[in-house]
Write a protein that binds this ligand. Structure first.
Ligand code: IPE
Ligand code: IPE
Ligand code: MG
Length: 252
């Protein structure tokens, strides 16, 4: 059936995802939390495929937060091993599909093997011009903002010259546009310290689907729903519709 829902917005250039619910998904099956993380890898593959096919330019995945360092050491180790394995296992396919890998976060705090695996995939996909896949690792929004403030102070920027653009320029990936859409799985409805600056005007999509069950269709549905949303940016609905009508009418 053709879906005729009105599409007010163009495709998001950047989609960010809080991949949540791995532990509960595993527990529901009587398995260890790590089983859930391992199954989440297929969801990552699926979402990378969907984003690439749709023509989304940037996909940022929250893979490990600053706060996640407080999890049991065995779970942290398993997550780090899974990261190394997945990076090594996927690099050829990513390069074949033209996917460029980048990362953001306090990467110095990751184990050496993770840093090496990340560096390897980043180098081997640096030439790729399709989807940019960004992994947020040992990341938190407050960490990134604090780093930006430090960097501005180090640069000696006079106070009067500090604008929003200055702050933006000192963020982790200043060349990446802000996400227009944030997806969070597992029914939780919070940001958990993700991209606090960049998500200022993002549309939020919460789904009860657990991350290991999340697939291409869920991603496409979230993008479709986003395209039907009215994004006002502080204006009234009438102003917005007038602006849209103006943009659509042929030049005189
Ligand atoms: C998300 O799933 C993965 C990470 C945070 C690394 P969780 O591990 O948070 O799973 P739940 O939320 O406990 O179910
Ligand atoms: C957010 O999920 C972090 C990642 C998905 C990597 P959490 O499961 O850690 O978040 P909280 O603890 O429920 O806020
Ligand atoms: Mg969680």
């Amino acid at each position: 059936m053709v879906d005729t829902t009105a599409q007010a917005n163009s495709l998001p250039r950047h989609v960010a995802v809080i991949m949540d619910g791995n532990g509960r998904w595993a527990r529901e099956r009587g398995e260890d939390r790590i089983f859930g993380h391992a199954h989440g890898v297929e969801s990552v593959r699926s979402v990378v495929r969907a984003a690439g096919e749709l023509g989304v330019e940037y996909l940022t995945l929250y893979a490990f937060s600053t706060e996640n360092w407080s999890r049991p050491q065995a779970e942290i180790n398993a997550l780090m091993e899974l990261l190394v394995e997945s990076l090594a296992g996927e690099v050829d396919e990513l390069a074949r599909k033209g996917v460029r890998l980048r990362s953001t976060g306090a990467l110095d705090s990751l184990p050496d093997a993770c840093r090496a695996a990340l560096r390897d995939v980043e180098e081997r996909t640096a030439h790729c011009t399709g989807l940019t896949l960004i992994l947020a690792l040992s990341y938190s929004g407050r960490w990134e903002l604090t780093e930006a403030v430090r960097s501005i102070v180090r640069a000696g920027t006079p106070e009067v010259d500090i604008t929003e653009e200055t702050v933006r320029a000192h963020m982790g990936l200043p060349d990446v546009p802000d996400p227009e859409l944030l997806i969070r799985t597992s029914g939780e409805q919070r940001l958990s310290n993700f991209l606090l600056w960049q998500l200022a005007y993002a549309e939020l999509h919460f789904t009860t689907v657990m991350w290991p069950d999340f697939r291409e269709d869920h991603f496409r549905a979230a993008v479709h729903e986003f395209r039907g949303r009215e994004r006002r940016f502080g204006r009234t609905g009438d102003q917005l519709r007038q602006a849209q009508a103006g943009a659509e009418s042929p030049a005189p």
